[in-house]
Design a protein around this ligand. Structure first.
Ligand code: FE2
Length: 221
């Protein structure tokens, strides 16, 4: 028979599995991060996560239930997505921004889970576990806020990096055009170069059509 209490214990077992998955995933995220604050945030949250695992074990004890995991496929999917992003060939700034986003996904998923657990515990009058679950919910909420704050800096850095590349790209393109222009014996913009090219082509044909078929000069060039 299934009842609300059973569902509540199941929810805690799901969270227990989610936290344990994170104790393995967070060190990888910390390693992939370049920004010192982000790295530090992950390292600190790893220690917090280990305490959250212990806190859930305390909840099981207080409820007289066995501390058992129920595979959390939601967290598994989020962690899997994070892994895929970490395998991408990104600059440090883009990787940090991606890791920050991945961590926010984790936090929001956990916050939803703990909010549900707190509500269920209150409804079931399992008052002894409410402060423990609330403490973890508060920690997840704080981590989410910290990530949001840090995210602003990380996005600015990623944007600045992109703009620097854009500035460098036209410079490179212009250098290439100028080299081409010199090879043709022309100087000036590419538009002028194209115009000169048309003139010389017309001169070569001596004003006579090259063939009987009308040709659109624009299409040739
Ligand atoms: Fe957590």
């Amino acid at each position: 028979m299934s009842d609300l209490r059973e569902m509540f214990v199941d929810e805690l077992r799901d969270l227990y599995d989610a936290e344990k998955q994170l104790t393995k995933a967070i060190p990888k995220m910390a390693k992939a991060a370049s920004n010192p604050e982000l790295k530090q945030g992950f390292t600190e949250h790893l220690e917090q996560t280990k305490l959250q695992v212990a806190r859930l074990e305390k909840c099981f004890e207080l409820l007289g239930e066995r501390a058992r995991s129920k595979p959390c496929s939601g967290m598994k999917g989020i962690v899997e997505e994070g892994k895929e992003q970490m395998q991408e060939d990104l600059s440090d700034a883009l990787m940090d921004a991606a890791l920050n986003g991945a961590a926010k996904r984790v936090e929001h998923y956990e916050m939803a889970g703990y909010q549900a657990a707190v509500e269920m515990a209150k409804a079931l009058k399992e008052t002894e576990v409410v402060p423990l679950l609330q403490q973890t919910l508060d920690e997840e909420t704080q981590m989410d806020r910290r990530l949001s704050q840090l995210g602003k800096t990380l996005l600015k850095t990623a944007l600045a990096e992109g703009e620097e590349e854009e500035e460098a790209a036209p410079a490179r393109a212009s250098a290439a055009k100028s080299a081409k222009s010199k090879a043709r014996g022309n100087s000036g913009s590419s538009k002028q170069a194209r115009g000169s090219s048309k003139v010389s082509k017309s001169a070569r044909s001596g004003g006579q059509p090259l063939s009987q078929t009308p040709v659109d000069d624009e299409e040739i060039t």
